[in-house]
Design a protein. Structure first.
Length: 87
């Protein structure tokens, strides 16, 4: 089951080792890119529009656990108060 992306009031945490900071995220994206080719033919992406994006899996970099990541509240953020989530 995919893990939702963190929000302003939540963050990821590995349920096995407690890691809060290092994760490998596998995601699928559908994007539209505006590619500009210079006169030599070298491409440069100048604009990117994300049409859809889905997290397929999250792996903990510390203990290598796959799909053992959960969303937890960020410290100091009251999940019931939407005003504090924007601070």
């Amino acid at each position: 089951m995919p893990v939702p992306l963190p929000t302003a009031s939540t963050r990821w945490r590995c349920t096995l080792c407690g890691n809060l900071t290092r994760f490998d995220v596998t995601r699928s994206s559908k994007v539209v890119e505006y590619v500009h080719l210079d006169l030599a033919g070298e491409p440069k992406v100048e604009e990117t529009e994300v049409i859809s994006e889905a997290v397929e899996s999250v792996r903990c970099r510390w203990c290598n656990a796959v799909d053992q990541v959960e969303l937890v509240d960020r410290p100091g953020v009251n999940a019931e108060d939407p005003e504090s989530a924007q601070a």
